[in-house]
Design a protein around this ligand. Structure first.
Ligand SMILES: NC(=O)C1=CN([C@@H]2O[C@H](COP(=O)(O)OP(=O)(O)OC[C@H]3O[C@@H](n4cnc5c(N)ncnc54)[C@H](OP(=O)(O)O)[C@@H]3O)[C@@H](O)[C@H]2O)[C@H](O)CC1
Ligand SMILES: [K+]
Length: 501
């Protein structure tokens, strides 16, 4: 699914109205009906009272439409409407339709006293994608009230008001803190970034039937990766496949006390479908690995507790480096030599291998089309501080392009950034996955896919999605708090099955 900026969505809106021969009023009704249907399943309407805050534009128009639909659906509804001289035409038309419907509509300004009861649902329809700059300070008392007053839940239509859709919103800006945001048709970049975590606790994208041809023909560099995209990329075997067809991969890493990382990575590589997985660990890991995973071959280096020498990898289809590797200076020296000696080998680079590359300042030695999978702290060591998420993405884009490598920025919507400047936000996964070893599992999975012949970009996109989906399937039976990295490995098979459906 493409991600559009606000201007592109507004153009899409116009194009839809024209191509489908409908009025913008009808489109608003269609969009809001989708929100209504969501609210109908989220709450028992006849027992719930909604206080809807409406702005002066079409986001406000959505709020007014929703007020009518909720009232018809049996809910109690009260509307607060921003006082102004000029409302958008569809907003004004929906105001007219509220007359004689026994809905209390109260006009307010930034100095007004508002009232919400503790079991009301607050609906924020103040500003959507039409917001052109951060809100003025005069709005602060209103938003402080909306964000702090006790209520049942906070719902935003399209955008949490105050959040800009495709440029950064300053950290101190005034923004509504939504429990759930129902956004129309396509996600907006700001909704997917961790900077917005306080404002978007849950996100749902509602298909409102906007013009598909226009979406298809409009260029975008950013995508939201969903199951359909991954389904089209996943390869399957044939009756005559042999283990050689599924790639031979090697995972290099481990140090005393961190052999578990290699166990997780190599098990995940097997479960993702590699024909042959070899692990290369220091001596202390040999018995552990051979006992833990009979399917994996184990090779060791001279070092007892850490890797002193890297192996030859010419006979492998893909190489994963870094899980549990440690930062010993001999390991660091060996890694730098390894990078220089294997300029033509695409690598998956994670954890301490990334930390060593930062310390040794040798990103330029990383083979082209390698995949780097830093979490936030590893990324900071690599690129330094950033001002905000948009700045972070820009910086990583430049690096990816300069070094011709892929970055996988692990997080809530793990972001894959390719050297061609395309960006992929992942849609699968859950908070239970914020636990040790989950990154090692991902490295094993991406390495496996690379070894199976996926391009680097495909391996990253598919690996990240499959990994998140395995986590989502795991929490069907395990509480997110109790999820551990091994649970992901166990559910890779179910994730494949679900994608194939
Ligand atoms: N295609 C779709 O997805 C559909 C979207 N719909 C809804 O429409 C809104 C967008 O509506 P729009 O009228 O373009 O804009 P908003 O309602 O978000 O806001 C416009 C009003 O806000 C004022 N504004 C803008 N920035 C500021 C600011 N920094 N401070 C104060 N006021 C601001 C703006 O004032 P102007 O002076 O610029 O005119 C407007 O008064 C979208 O988000 C969806 O909710 C459709 O309903 C269905 C299709
Ligand atoms: K809103």
């Amino acid at each position: 699914m493409k991600i559009f900026n606000a201007a592109q969505i507004q153009a899409l809106d116009k194009e839809t109205v024209s191509n489908q021969y409908i009025s913008s009023f009808k489109l608003m009704e269609r969009a809001t009906t989708k929100v209504f249907e969501k609210l109908q399943t989220r709450y028992k309407l006849y027992q719930t009272s909604f206080v809807i805050f409406c702005g002066t534009g079409n986001n406000g128009g959505d709020g007014l439409t929703l007020a009518r639909l909720l009232k018809e659906g049996g809910a109690m509804v009260k509307v607060f409407l921003v006082q102004t001289k000029k409302y958008s035409p569809d907003n004004a038309q929906n105001q007219d339709l509220l007359e004689d419907r026994d809905i209390n509509v109260e006009k307010f300004n930034t100095k007004s006293k508002l009232k919400v009861k503790k079991d009301d649902v607050i609906v924020d329809a103040l500003f959507g994608i039409g917001l052109h700059s951060p809100l003025d300070e005069e709005w602060r008392p209103i938003f402080d009230f909306l964000n702090e007053t006790p209520c049942l839940e906070r719902v935003s239509i399209d955008m949490p008001s105050g959040l800009l859709a495709d440029v950064t919103t300053p950290i101190e800006a005034i923004v509504f803190k939504a429990d759930v945001v129902y956004t129309f048709q396509l996600p907006k970049t700001a909704l997917l970034l961790s900077d917005a975590k306080e404002y978007v606790k849950e996100l749902e994208i509602l298909d409102i039937g906007l013009d598909l041809d226009y979406i298809e023909s409009t260029k975008s560099d950013a995508y939201f990766v969903e199951q359909e995209k991954v389904r089209n990329l996943v390869k399957s075997g044939t009756k005559f496949s042999s283990k050689d067809d599924f790639g031979r991969v090697i995972l290099i890493g481990g140090s005393k006390g961190k052999i578990g990382a290699m166990t997780l990575a190599s098990k995940a590589a097997m479960n993702t479908g590699s024909g042959i997985v070899t692990t290369y660990v220091p001596n202390c890991g040999y018995t552990i690995l051979q006992t833990a995973i009979p399917e994996v071959m184990c090779d060791t280096c001279a070092g007892e507790d850490y890797i002193k020498v890297f192996p030859s990898v010419e006979h492998y289809d893909a190489v994963g480096v870094g899980c549990g590797l440690g930062l010993h200076k001999d390991t660091a020296t060996a890694l730098v030599t390894f990078l220089k000696d294997n300029k033509d080998k695409k690598l998956v680079i994670d954890a301490d291998a990334l930390n060593i590359i930062s310390e040794q300042k040798c990103l330029d030695k990383v083979p082209v089309e390698s995949i780097l999978t830093p979490h936030e702290k590893e990324l900071k060591r690599l690129i330094g501080e950033w001002d905000n998420d948009f700045d972070k993405i820009d910086k990583v884009k430049q690096l990816a392009k300069k070094h011709n490598v892929i970055f996988v920025l692990k997080g809530a919507h793990t972001i894959t950034i390719a050297p061609d400047e395309t960006i992929y936000f992942n849609s699968s996964g859950n908070w239970g996955m914020a636990t040790a070893g989950v990154g090692d599992t991902l490295t094993g999975m991406i390495t496996s896919l690379l070894g199976q012949g996926y391009t680097s970009k495909e391996a990253a996109i598919v690996g990240v999605y499959l990994h998140g989906l395995a986590g989502d399937i795991a929490i069907e039976n395990i509480h997110p708090h109790s999820l551990v990295a091994s649970d992901l490995g166990k559910n890779i098979s179910s994730a494949y099955n679900q994608i194939a459906l």
